[in-house]
Structures are given as C-alpha cells and as structure tokens.
Ligand binder design. Structure first.
Ligand code: SMG
Ligand code: MG
Length: 368
C-alpha cells in the first residue's frame, strides 16, 4: 500500500475514578489516535503514552511531535508500506516505541481490514475469549480500597492487581487477601523501591501472590536478579522489557520469570508477538499489560492476549473500568472474560461523532 495521509487526533477522556500509582494520580486520559489513509483503506492506532513522562520517558506531546516530524514523513515518502516493513522504515529514529507502535498499528489495521483478516488471526490467537484482571490504584485508606476491590470481584474479574509503593504495601495486600480469599492477586510497584527494600518485599511471600511487578527502576536488571533470589514470589518485569532481545536477556539472567507484554512499550504488536514467542520458547508465561486504553487499543490487546502463552489474566479490563463511554463499542465482561473481536483488522469501529465531540483540537493531517 501507499500511505496517502496520516491524521493525528487528540481526545480528552475523563476517567470514571482517579487512578493513583507510585508515580502519580491521573483523572483523565489525553489520548492520541493515529488514522492512516492508504490506497488500501483507513486504519487506526492508539498511542498509549501518558500525558507526562512518568511511566516511561515517552509522553503524548512528545509522541505527537515525533510522529509529525519524523515517523509520518518517512512513511509518506515510501513507495510501498506494509505493516511488516514499518519498523524497518522507522528504524532511523531511536527509541520512541510508543509513537512507533501507534503508527504501525494503524498500518496493520488498514492492511488487515483490506485482507479481511482479524488481528486475532494475524497474531495467531488460539482462543476466542480472554481471562481478565483489573488493576487497582492506591487508595486514600483501606476501607476505600476494600470497597473498590469488592466491586470488581462482584463484576467477575478473575485476578486483582494492587498498585503498591513504600508505605502502601504489606497492610493493603493483607487486607485484600483476607477479603478475596483464593482469588489470584498480584502487585505492581512501578519502580518505587530500591535494593535496600529487598528484605521488606520478601514479606509479601506470605500472601501467595501470582507475581510482583517491576519493583525497581527499568535499567536496573541486577537488583531484580537479587530480589528474584531472595523472594519466593515470581518477579515480573514491565517497564524494563522494551524488546524481545531485552526479554531474552532478562530471563536468561534470572531477573524475571513472568513477563508483562505491552505492545506500546515494545514498539508495536509485531514486536509484542516476538516477545511472546521468545518467552514461550523459554517456558516463561506472559500476560497482557494495559495503559488505560480506549476501545481502539483494547481491541488489539484482547486479540494479542488470546495467543497461547498468555496464560495469566491480563490488565484487559472492561471499558467501564475506566470510561463512562468508550470511543468504540464497549468491551463488556462476560463471566470475567472479554471476547476477542472477530471482524477484520482490530474489529472495532471508532465512533467519529464522539471523536469530534471530545477533541482537544482539530485533527492534524499530514500528507506527502
Ligand atoms: O489498562 O488497566 C489498565 C492499566 C493497568 O496498571 C496498569 N498499568 O504499570 O502496568 C502498569 C500500569 C501503567 C499505567 S499507570 C498510569
Ligand atoms: Mg506495570
């Protein structure tokens, strides 16, 4: 195909409840959506970068600038573009994986729609629904936390993930474990701890957690290795894993025995499939992370999470976990599971009326 235009849409999406992590509190998502207009038809991709560079170095204004100044011009200048060739065409730009992922996903959506192939079939999904977990933010007190968790359990979520930070770890985990009994439970620190906390974190062993996610800064593989040796609970990397090569390295060195896969973090769904495959070969289970996606990104995540080695429930919650109204038809939990879309491409339609109503500014159209 030839890329005729790249459109950048910015939408404000208020969250139904504030989401607090070790790095801050979020009350809305500032979403960047990419639409490619191609000789084969249109395709959409969602950029998962947050408004501020606090989860990773990428942030939404930065992604928009990189796409505008580098990524879109490179694709618009190419005679022939396929989803499989996007990474190579954009390789001259270092990093900026979330920006690249948004663009590549839009091309993949256009390509697979034209071919009549769903994302699930393209990725090699082997089931038609996926088990869903929910990520629960840091609350202002234990009562509020338990009420929130209780609500999610009532909705049927199959796994609870608690955000933790120093001063909000052992007690909330104990309280939630007491509340939910044997329901799978895991924690995510978003890099809030240091090597000095290893002994303290080992106290989490008594709660039978599925895993502890990313306790230390993303570059610090060594401290994750040290924790893995000191704790029974499996250590799982999120922020650190930016490619299949890094996943292989971290696994072989004993830093991670379970991997969180987020397509945005690794530069796109094609690389995410590679991370899945590397992990499968090494016998390391994976699960699908989330970045508070709208239905556009959620559809692709659910398709990815239907691959064979995604054996743990993902942060693939229903649309209502975050949004009163979604940008696509909503994803609704059925017995703790979401159905993998079967339509061509991502299988969902962007509600362009809402896109216009919620726009932060008029779309930017880039052409050759
Ligand atoms: O989409 O349900 C979701 C969010 C899941 O906790 C979640 N994501 O580190 O895994 C993570 C965080 C990153 C985003 S926090 C603003
Ligand atoms: Mg995480």
């Amino acid at each position: 195909m030839r890329i005729l235009a790249v459109e950048l849409h910015r939408v404000a999406m208020p969250l139904v409840r504030a989401f607090e992590t070790s790095f801050g509190r979020q009350t809305a998502r500032d979403v960047l959506l990419v639409r490619v207009r191609t000789t084969d038809g249109d395709g959409w991709g969602e950029c998962v970068a947050m408004a501020d560079p606090v989860y990773s170095s990428e942030y939404v204004d930065g992604c928009e600038a990189v796409i505008r100044n580098y990524l879109a011009p490179a694709l618009l200048a190419a005679d022939e573009v396929t989803a499989e060739s996007v990474a190579g065409l954009l390789h001259f730009v270092v990093g900026n994986r979330m920006a690249k992922a948004a663009v590549e996903t839009a091309v993949l959506d256009s390509q697979t729609r034209a071919e009549g192939v769903s994302f699930g079939d393209y990725f090699g999904a082997d089931r038609d629904a996926v088990d869903c977990g929910v990520s629960v933010g840091i609350a202002s007190n234990l009562d509020d936390l338990l009420a929130e968790v209780d609500g999610y359990v009532g909705e049927g979520y199959r796994r609870i993930k608690l955000k933790i930070k120093p001063g909000w770890d052992i007690e909330p985990v104990r309280a939630v474990r007491d509340l939910i009994g044997a329901l799978p439970l895991q924690v995510d620190a978003n890099t809030a701890y240091t090597r000095a906390d290893i002994e303290h974190l080992a106290r989490l062993d008594e709660f039978g957690l599925l895993l502890i996610e990313q306790p230390f800064v993303e570059e610090d593989i060594l401290t994750h290795i040290a924790l893995s040796r000191a704790i029974e609970t499996p250590v799982c990397l999120d922020e650190s894993i930016v490619s299949a090569e890094v996943a292989l390295d971290a696994i072989e060195r004993g830093a991670t025995s379970i991997v969180n896969i987020k397509a945005g973090r690794v530069g796109g769904y094609l690389e995410a499939v590679r991370v899945h495959d590397v992990c499968a070969e090494l016998g390391v289970p994976v699960w699908c992370g989330g970045m508070l996606e709208t239905g556009v990104g959620r559809a692709a995540n659910v398709a990815l999470a239907a691959m064979a080695n995604f054996t743990l429930p993902g942060d693939t919650s229903g649309s209502s976990r975050y949004f009163a109204e979604d940008l696509t038809e909503p994803f609704e939990l059925d017995d703790g599971r979401l159905t993998v879309p079967t339509g061509a491409g991502s299988g969902v339609e962007v509600r362009t009326d809402l896109l216009a109503d919620w726009a932060l500014r008029p779309p930017i159209t880039l052409t050759a």
